[in-house]
Design a protein around this ligand. Structure first.
Ligand SMILES: Nc1nc2c(c(=O)[nH]1)N=C([C@H](O)[C@@H](O)CO)CN2
Length: 118
C-alpha cells in the first residue's frame, strides 16, 4: 500500500506524570505513516484528491500544543483517533518520541498502529 508520511514533526506541550513536568513545556516528536492510494492524485495532479499532509500536520500541531496529558500513550492514542476520524485514512502508524526524558537515551516513547473501525 502507498503511504503519505510526516517525519519528525516537533511540537511542545505539557506532558508527564511528575509535578515538575506539569509546570513546563517539553518537545515531543511525531513520525506518522498513513495508508493512501497514490494513483488518483497522481492521475489528477489535484490536491483535493490527496491526503493533505500539511492539513494533518496543522491539526496535530494545534491539538498537541494545547494538550496536557500525563502519559505518552494517551497523547499518541488521541493523535491516531484524530487522524482516523477527521481525515480519509484507514490505517495509521504513529511513533511518539519524548526527547531527552530519560538520561542516557536520545528519546523514549510509543509506537502505535491503528485502523479505522468498520
Ligand atoms: N510507558 C510510559 N512510561 C513512562 C511515562 C509514560 O508516559 N509512559 N512517563 C514517564 C515520565 O513522565 C517521564 O517521561 C519523565 O522523565 C515515566 N515513564
Amino acid at each position: 500500500m502507498d503511504k503519505v508520511f510526516i517525519e519528525a514533526l516537533e511540537i511542545e506541550c505539557v506532558i508527564g506524570i511528575y509535578d515538575w513536568e506539569r509546570k513546563i513545556r517539553q518537545p515531543i516528536v511525531l513520525d506518522i505513516e498513513m495508508d493512501s492510494d497514490n494513483r488518483k492524485p497522481a492521475a489528477s495532479d489535484n490536491i483535493a484528491d490527496t491526503l493533505d499532509y500539511k492539513a494533518i500536520s496543522k491539526r496535530l500541531i494545534d491539538f498537541v500544543g494545547q494538550s496536557e496529558f500525563g502519559l505518552v500513550e494517551t497523547l499518541a492514542e488521541r493523535c491516531c483517533a484524530i487522524i482516523l476520524e477527521e481525515f480519509a485514512v484507514t490505517r495509521v502508524r504513529l511513533k511518539l518520541s519524548k526527547v531527552g526524558a530519560v538520561r542516557g537515551a536520545k528519546a523514549v516513547g510509543v509506537i502505535l498502529e491503528r485502523t479505522r473501525a468498520a
